[in-house]
Design a protein around this ligand. Sequence first.
Ligand SMILES: Nc1nc2c(c(=O)[nH]1)N[C@H]1C(S)=C(S)[C@@H](COP(=O)(O)OP(=O)(O)OC[C@H]3O[C@@H](n4cnc5c(=O)[nH]c(N)nc54)[C@H](O)[C@@H]3O)O[C@H]1N2
Ligand SMILES: Nc1nc2c(c(=O)[nH]1)N[C@H]1C(S)=C(S)[C@@H](COP(=O)(O)OP(=O)(O)OC[C@H]3O[C@@H](n4cnc5c(=O)[nH]c(N)nc54)[C@H](O)[C@@H]3O)O[C@H]1N2
Ligand code: SF4
Ligand SMILES: [Mo]
Length: 828
Amino acid sequence: MKLFQTLINRRRFLQTSAAVGATAGVATAGFTGLNGLAPAPEARAQTRRGETVVTKSICAQCPARCGIDVYTTDGRVHAIYGDTGNPIANGKLCPKGHLGSYFLYDPDRFKGPMKRTNPNKGRDEDPGFVPISWDEALDMVAERLNVLRAKGESHRFAHFYGRGWGSSDAGLYGDFGQLYGTPNSAIGHSSMCADGSKKAKQATDGNNSYNSYDYRRTNYLLIMGASFLEAFRPYNNVMQMWGEMRSKSPKTRVTTVDVRMNPTMAASDRALYIKPGTDGAFALAVAHVILTEGLWDREFVGEFSDPNRRFVAGETIDADDFEERWIHGLVEWWNQELKDRTPEWAEEVTTIRARDIRQTAMEFGSTRPAVALFERGPTGHSNGTYNGMAIHALNALVGSLFAEGGLGYQMGVPYGDLPVSANDYTDSYSRNGAWRNQPRIDMARTGRWPMADNMMQETARNHLAGEPYTLDTAMFFYTNPIWSSPDPKEWEEALKNVFVIDTSPYPGETAMFADLVLPESTYLERLQDSPTYPFEGWPMTALRVPAVEPIYDTRHFGDILIGIGQRLDGRIGEYYRELDSVENMLRHRAAGFADNPGDNGVTDFESWKEQGVWYQKPYHYRYHRGDFYRWDGQRHSIRMSEEEVKETLFKTPSGKFEVKSGFLEAHAEYIELELGIPRDRVGLIQWLEPVHSGGDGDLFFVTPKTPLHAEGRGANIPHQMAIHQPIAGGRGTVYLEVHPQTARERGIGNGDWVRITSDLGSIEAECRFVAGHRPDTIVLPFEFGHWAQGRWAKGRGPGHSGEVTRNVSDPISGLASYYSGKVTLERA
Ligand SMILES: Nc1nc2c(c(=O)[nH]1)N[C@H]1C(S)=C(S)[C@@H](COP(=O)(O)OP(=O)(O)OC[C@H]3O[C@@H](n4cnc5c(=O)[nH]c(N)nc54)[C@H](O)[C@@H]3O)O[C@H]1N2
Ligand SMILES: Nc1nc2c(c(=O)[nH]1)N[C@H]1C(S)=C(S)[C@@H](COP(=O)(O)OP(=O)(O)OC[C@H]3O[C@@H](n4cnc5c(=O)[nH]c(N)nc54)[C@H](O)[C@@H]3O)O[C@H]1N2
Ligand code: SF4
Ligand SMILES: [Mo]
């Protein structure tokens, strides 16, 4: 295709080779060869072995953010290993991490900014990209934005992002929105990712966040719908923790609840197959047994005033008889919900045998410390928030929150301030312009989705309906909704008449609809901060240091945004001129380390660059026998008052762990309307039937992540796919995993080509028998079925799972219900 032909013009080539020469310090035969030109004579004559430089950087293929040592010889990256000084990597990487150089040398990469010449957009339309200079490209964006703002329509500009890293990219959005004047800076992809678990935590303990975990000292792990050995964050590290947990004494016992046989199920002590969408019922029954068997942590939960009293199935208790300690609403929860949630009841709902539920509950309740964790499995359904809350409440019942061997929340990084404050650069339009009265295009945080942080998947349909308005210009960073969203055809329609700016280095599906491509440098070419995702709780921030100068005419997203800002009219331009560059920002951020030296000696920008990471142990908070303690610099000795606990740990209205959620009660009317729960009951953690989408389908359809898959981004890496091939299918095909009985009932044989159909459409795949899955659930790994993204990514399918997945979401968290779809299966 014309599109993928080398688009470097002569000027760009000269810039490129000069830059590479500068990094390597020598003219290199290897690199110039890439551009198809004859190597310089000195280089050809060179006989000594190339010098290898090791750069500390950060892998960018998944949210684990592992520290990497990048080995560069004569300007070419040839090896990537785990950084021994990085606490997540500990010198190791997952298989994807080692393959990072393929992202750098991907032949399908955009080589510089491009402008679309074909006004028609569609899967079969060649965009007709032609190269332009960065100045032209940035001027073009600024001009559009200035015109919109002058018309009072700045809200019709939206930023969208997926994998943001830190203060030097996604961290720039808030100020941009406030200065320029748009509520849509930025719309993140979290509602297409894993917001369900965050909301379940916000609703119960007030922290809108994933957890940090103290696996090394955990003695029991209950894993529900999280792919611990394939995806759970931080992936490389949790695999290492698995090794520690399973070889220490006492060995951490593991029960896993999933809908299919995945590596975690296979490696666990007990694997329980649950009917999709029913995890809440299982967790409620476990809670029921913990209470009836008297296994709860009395110092955390509270106790009966009369020690002879007990929780008895079906019998209410008197509020006066039980004194609640750090839990709010337990008596009501028991009386109105839990007392009837017996294992026998749960067996009917979940299909898991009552005696397995009881046994799991007995083990979980009698082993300390014990942790219950979950991710997209239980939450990717219409009842996802309640499912998550029920699982998370198990941690409270056994006193694991902030405890040794339990779970906590990630501490922030003591960054220095930026050189300038955006507040000093506002004008009357940014302060009072009409945009202030406009909702976000996705309607998140409005009456439509009052509790959701983002609703990216609603954008396309809102734009198409003109409700609340239509978009004029949309800029995408590290997200590709035209492929990864549920029902992506909505996006294909919508983006036909929006001016689209994509910053992807790769020709993904969204880029194929772009009017302007401003390609970012790949992760091995850019400088970028990267504070950790929730990990062990203590603060940590890594630095991505370029291993090579950009090999093409690309820039870091932060610098692209600053470049646009500098070209905007009025005071905004001044602000971005003062901010100057990503490097300048990061130098100011690192100034915060002077008073907070890292455990590895990092005190400033230079030492941060050298070590690749700043961190400071330990975690500051600890729950112990009924009280919370704070770190005094030597030990956890400062007992925290109830007010301090409420401010820092349980950020709920009651300052306690809420099994009757004040957060949900504040939205009672909405929840009643959307989910049909009587208003006075919405706060209680409860069983709610899932609503499945997809029409008359008789099979559940699940599209999980695999170890060699990197969200939608790894599909054009031939080595990743080659290693994948035996498990998931390789070139030109993808395996749909089907229970043999399910297949035979439909006349389908192992290896047959099959069609998966929902009320939205059909996709095809190759059938593969997997006797380990539930017979009512078929499994297609996510990441296959691209129609763009590069020459190796295309044509493996055909069709991608999103195309048969309805765009429906949990009304509370807003998480797209990726795992609630039903389909039919037949021979193709
Ligand atoms: N290798 C790899 N790791 C990654 C990523 C990646 O792309 N590749 N991406 C990262 C990202 S963005 C995210 S959001 C996380 C996601 O991390 P996870 O949520 O752990 O990943 P999923 O693959 O969605 O796995 C969810 C599991 O839930 C199961 N499941 C589906 N429905 C149900 C159900 O109703 N009940 C139960 N109990 N189980 C169910 C699926 O079979 C699957 O095993 O992973 C991160 N880590
Ligand atoms: N059916 C189904 N769909 C799913 C899921 C599922 O389990 N099943 N999982 C969901 C989940 S958990 C997530 S997180 C989303 C992820 O989906 P998205 O939000 O779309 O995120 P990515 O796949 O990270 O984004 C891919 C885009 O980033 C570009 N890109 C790659 N590297 C870079 C870079 O260095 N810089 C820039 N600027 N861009 C880059 C790629 O070319 C591509 O355009 O998908 C969701 N979609
Ligand atoms: S776990 Fe994620 S960040 Fe770490 S090496 Fe693998 S892909 Fe890279
Ligand atoms: Mo995600």
